[in-house]
Design a binder for this molecule. Sequence first.
Ligand SMILES: C[S@@+](CC[C@H](N)C(=O)[O-])C[C@H]1O[C@@H](n2cnc3c(N)ncnc32)[C@H](O)[C@@H]1O
Length: 157
Amino acid sequence: MSVRVNIGCGLCVGRDWINIDGSWNAWLANRRGLAGLLTPIIGRGWKAWPAGVVHGDLSGGRLPLKDATVDILYSAHFVEHLTKEEGQVFFRECLRVLKPGARIRVVVPDLEGAARRYLRDLDACGGRDLRAIGECPGDEFMRQLSVSGPRRRWVPS
Ligand SMILES: C[S@@+](CC[C@H](N)C(=O)[O-])C[C@H]1O[C@@H](n2cnc3c(N)ncnc32)[C@H](O)[C@@H]1O
């Protein structure tokens, strides 16, 4: 059987696929007893996740897969969460784990479409500053791109 991998799978988990995600909810869903105990503190987000998702932070690290073992690699709306450097490492890792002749499909937001909508909405504002009423075309543009700036580190105060 072909080896199929879904990277940054979220809740879109394929049967007979190796599904990998860095969400703590994915980690908790594999430890339902512990998650149940912690639910009053952490909330119920983990309940939406199926068990069996491989948990791993893929921001610039090694994919938890052996060399040249994957036939199909799929990743949707994940790569844009990485920095450019992390993305470069990620694609090198993809090349490492894919078999010769394997397939890779990576889905990312439509930059051109989002940029066109942004300019159209900006023109529609007619130069008015709509931020005061919470209607900033730039906010929608950023949301559509899932743009993340440099990672913010949590620093205890
Ligand atoms: C926008 S969701 C996309 C989920 C799914 N692929 C889809 O198309 O609906 C992005 C997913 O990537 C995961 N993710 C983001 N950064 C990650 C990282 N550094 N390592 C592993 N997973 C990450 C998140 O936990 C989330 O499930």
